[in-house]
Ligand binder design. Structure first.
Ligand SMILES: Cc1ncc(C[n+]2csc(CCOP(=O)(O)OP(=O)(O)O)c2C)c(N)n1
Ligand SMILES: [Mg+2]
Length: 326
């Protein structure tokens, strides 16, 4: 089945990808100033999956993610000012400035949280899905996980439980082929496909290129329809690539742990922002002006959110004392 995305939907996806990309580029640019003191795992290069998913979910659907969560938070509609305040350790942050980049949450939009423990989003997300099911709601839980998280035992227990109980969970596995510096090749048997592993356990599963918005759209549409029909969880694996170092603002291809050709292909040829923007501009040249004006708006929003974060106060120390005294 070939899906032709409407221009309206393409623009919606493009806007989210662009906003995430620019926010993180500006985080990276400013990181050296040491005003953001928490570790940050940037999603640059991996924005297309959460951006496209946003077309299928609403604020009542419950999402949970891991250490690389900025894109997931923003695509779910998370508040940008609160995220930047959190990364700056400020009281106006979404975790009151005490959690940092890896502890983002926005209850108003159904973004339950991010967690620094690899694999931890999985059991929490299955629990969220179970709660949705027990309350007989029509929504779904969304679990973001990396390829590294399937190496945690809790993945197998949680997936099994979700299948047996027909829990409405969408597993979104962003396979960027690496866990820190270790390639899948040294962590998993040769030719193992993650989605096939999940399928073998009994979960409806599928795979596609996670930098191609049209392919992502098609797979997510099918998965969400399946989950909403009450049949249980769906596991989607997306191939994607982080452009920068595992943790921090820099490029690190000088370390040579990733083949140069692989990086070249994913960063230069398969960049999700370039792909969607080129498509819109080539098919609808009259839209160029509109895209340029949206870019200005988005960049203004980001710079005023940064300014807000920089001038916001730090949490009061007595709040910290209360937490540690407990
Ligand atoms: C339980 C646990 N083990 C190890 C770590 C250290 N650690 C942090 S991120 C990471 C890599 C995870 O890789 P993946 O799940 O593929 O996500 P990616 O960073 O590629 O997005 C590791 C091993 C951790 N935070 N938690
Ligand atoms: Mg990975």
């Amino acid at each position: 089945m070939k899906i032709n995305l409407s221009l309206k939907n393409k623009i919606k996806i493009w806007k989210i990808i662009y906003k995430i990309r620019r926010t993180e580029e500006i985080i990276a640019l400013n990181y050296y100033k040491e005003k953001m003191r928490c570790p940050t795992h940037l999603s640059i290069g991996q924005e297309a999956v959460p951006a496209t998913l946003s077309l299928f979910i609403n604020r009542k659907d419950q999402a949970i993610s891991g250490h690389r969560g900025h894109a997931h938070y923003l695509a779910k509609g998370g508040n940008l000012k609160k995220m930047l305040c959190e990364i700056h350790g400020k009281a106006n942050g979404c975790s009151e400035g005490k959690g940092g980049s890896m502890h983002l949450k926005d209850d108003k939009v159904g973004f339950v949280g991010t967690t620094a423990i690899v694999g931890n989003s999985i059991p929490i997300g299955v629990g969220l899905g179970l709660s949705i099911k027990l309350k007989k709601k029509k929504n779904l839980a969304i679990i973001y996980l990396g390829d590294g998280a399937i190496e945690e035992g809790v993945f197998y227990e949680s997936l099994n439980f979700a299948i047996i109980k027909k829990i409405p969970v969408l597993f979104i596995c962003e396979n960027n082929f690496y866990s820190v510096y270790s390639s899948l090749k040294v962590r998993q048997p040769k030719n193992r496909k993650i989605y096939k592993l999940s399928q073998g356990i009994g979960c409806k599963s599928d795979f596609t290129d996670g930098n191609d918005y049209a392919k992502i759209f098609k797979k997510i549409k099918k998965a969400v329809e399946y989950i909403k029909s009450g049949k249980g969880p769906f596991f989607l694996e997306f191939a994607t690539y982080r452009h920068r170092e595992h943790c921090g603002p820099n490029f690190d291809d000088n370390l040579n742990y990733r083949p140069k050709k692989l990086s070249y292909n994913w960063i230069k040829k398969k960049d999700p922002l370039t792909k969607i923007e080129k498509n819109i501009v080539n098919k609808y040249p009259k839209k160029i002006k509109y895209l340029e004006s949206e870019k200005i708006k988005i960049n203004n929003e980001i710079s005023s959110a940064f300014k807000f974060a920089e001038i916001s106060p730090y949490p009061k120390t007595n709040i910290l004392k209360k937490i540690y005294a407990k």
